[in-house]
Write a protein that binds this ligand. Structure first.
Ligand code: CTP
Ligand code: MG
Length: 225
């Protein structure tokens, strides 16, 4: 079975909006509704664990009821960091999942994720212990020193890591038990540190993370708003 963990526990400080990031309005809908509906509609997803700011729980519950979403297994309180929000979801899932299930983390901030890419990603996932969505770099990348170019990096050896990031449940739970640091910027790092391989899946459509006000305008334009 496939358990999605949708991470919406952040406030979106870099967005500098009066609303927290999951609640900014895009074409009359809150941002969080885009990934939530996407995962609800994807037939290969069995359950969704939604990680949120608990002060906003009622808004989510109302949305889920009004839109008859049927895959929400539970709503979990987010932590101070993305890493602690992930851990909170896993401490619930450890008593629910079977060893061979997959746990699929996705940042609600990546509200652009295309339905075809999610479907293809989940089809490909069956052949892997762990799989992360990724993008190639298009620009020339340099390393700098004292604000000037020091050297050119080999673009073919550099990739952008995105979400979804998916893992077989048993090794993932073991990796989190062994995790040495108090914070990790994403889920693949914990898994790599435990000695496992993470394969990459390159999406066909844009999958940007909404971080700054510019990203929000881009998302609106993309949807034709
Ligand atoms: N996230 C989370 N819990 C946190 C922090 C982040 O679940 N304590 C989630 C966010 O909701 C987001 C994803 O992790 O979907 C990626 O984080 P980011 O884009 O950095 O979002 P925010 O942390 O909300 O934004 P900012 O860093 O600008 O405050
Ligand atoms: Mg953040």
């Amino acid at each position: 079975m496939n358990f999605a963990v949708l991470l919406a526990g952040g406030k979106g400080e870099r967005l500098r909006n009066e609303l927290e990031k999951p609640f900014v309005t895009i074409l009359d809908r809150p941002l969080f509704s885009y990934p939530l509906e996407l995962f609800e509609k994807e037939t290969s997803i069995d359950y969704i664990v939604l990680v949120i700011n608990p002060e906003k729980e009622e808004i989510y519950r109302n949305y889920i009821n009004e839109h008859n979403l049927s895959k929400i297994l539970t709503i979990i309180e987010g932590g101070k960091t993305r890493h602690s929000s992930s851990k909170n979801a896993l401490s619930f899932l450890k008593d629910v999942v079977q060893d061979d299930d997959y746990i699929i983390f996705h940042d609600v901030a990546r509200a652009f994720l295309h339905a075809d890419d999610l479907k293809d990603f989940l089809l490909e996932l069956k052949n892997h212990l762990a799989l992360s969505m990724a993008s190639p770099l298009k620009d020339t990348i340099v390393q700098i020193k004292e604000e000037a170019i020091e050297q050119y990096l080999n673009r073919d050896e550099l990739k952008i890591i995105e979400t979804p990031q998916a893992f077989k449940a048993k090794p993932l739970l073991e990796a989190y038990k062994k995790a040495k640091n108090s914070d990790y910027s994403d889920n693949t790092k914990v898994f790599l540190e435990a000695g496992h391989k993470i394969d990459l899946f390159f999406s066909k459509h844009p999958n940007i993370k909404i971080t700054t006000p510019d990203d929000l305008e881009l998302f609106k334009a993309y949807l034709g708003g």
